[in-house]
Design a protein around this ligand. Structure first.
Ligand code: 13P
Ligand code: SF4
Length: 321
């Protein structure tokens, strides 16, 4: 315990000394989220993280999340130093969408507008017409559909299927998935709902359609947190990464939040509702990023790629502005 407190104090001092600020995602460990809050940084969903990083006055950003979040920050702020606790923190959606194969898929359908989820590499973003996050995907696809556009969607097939169903848009899907959300089980959720009949069900749209269908609210992490405050229920079953419970409980201390069940459990589930890459963001790794700087922590993006990726990213940011 003492060691952790000492590390936190040192990180706080280093942030000041280095003119740095922390940008953390809701899926990181509670102590990381608390530290970001205490030091004037932010805890947010991926769209808000992008905005906060872009608008921050500090010269250095510590992005506690996964690699695509660091890359997005660098694409938007090339003049800033973007550091991550570890560059190994990736995402199954990013891994499942290599740029060469995705580009080939796009080339086969040149009359389609390419819309990619933010959970992709800078290279995949550079190939896209639009970047979207889960909080704004529905609005942007609706807008494109109204203009009569046919869409290539990648890489999350569950989020894509949800949006296609909601909007009726013509969407060709890349077949990727998030290993965390893909594991939520509708059958087990049904059993749990029987135990807590008054609970509201909150679901991130990276979950399978059968789980999304049972939801009282579907949305990005920020949207689910909002729903947990505004819905009148006292109990919530939450189908997303368990890191989100920190903020939900902080904002509504008297409410009860329960993890939605995964298909496996214990040793048999792949992620058990916690992203293994988000979990890499520990205090020691943040300390290392601040002291070792460039070595193994700095995000760089090729300048030509960055300029190409900036166009669809800015389309998203301007759309929601
Ligand atoms: P949001 O925070 O945008 O909902 O993204 C979820 C996610 O999976 C990030 O890894
Ligand atoms: Fe990727 Fe899923 Fe982890 Fe988010 S929770 S970073 S989508 S693997």
């Amino acid at each position: 315990y003492e060691r952790r407190e000492r590390l936190k104090a040192e990180i706080k001092q280093l942030l000041k000394d280095r003119n740095a600020v922390m940008v953390a995602h809701y899926y990181t460990d509670p102590e990381i989220q608390a530290l970001a809050e205490e030091t004037g940084g932010c805890v947010a969903d991926s769209l808000e993280m992008a905005r906060f990083g872009r608008d921050a006055n500090e010269q250095t950003l510590i992005v506690a999340g996964v690699r695509f979040m660091g890359e997005t920050a660098k694409i938007l702020s090339p003049e800033k130093t973007v550091l991550m606790p570890t560059l190994e923190a990736t995402c199954s959606l990013d891994l499942g969408c290599p740029v060469d194969a995705f580009s080939e898929f796009c080339d086969q359908h040149p009359d389609h507008t390419v819309v990619v989820y933010a959970n992709t590499s800078a290279a995949v973003k550079a190939r896209a017409d639009w970047v979207v996050t889960s909080s704004i995907a529905l609005d942007i696809v609706e807008h494109l559909d109204e203009q009569g556009k046919k869409i290539i969607w990648g890489p999350d097939r569950h989020l894509g299927a949800y949006i296609a169903k909601q909007t009726g848009a013509d969407m060709l899907m890349w077949q990727g998935e998030c290993i965390v959300h893909d594991e939520f089980s509708a059958q087990k959720l049904n059993d749990m709902k029987a135990l807590y009949p008054d609970a509201a069900i909150l679901v991130h749209p990276e979950s399978p359609a059968s789980v999304v269908e049972m939801a009282d609210a579907v949305g990005s992490t920020s949207q689910l947190i909002k729903a947990s405050q505004t819905l009148p229920n006292d109990t919530f079953i939450v189908a997303t990464d368990k890191g989100i419970f920190y903020k939900m409980q902080q904002l509504a201390p008297h409410k009860t939040f329960i993890e939605a069940p995964t298909a496996g459990n214990g040793a048999t589930c792949k992620s058990c509702a916690h992203c293994p890459w988000m979990a890499m963001n520990g205090l020691q790794a943040i300390y290392n990023a601040l002291t070792q700087g460039q070595q193994g922590h700095e995000i760089t993006v090729d300048e030509n790629l960055r300029k190409d990726a900036l166009v669809p990213l800015n389309r998203m940011l301007n759309f929601s502005a």
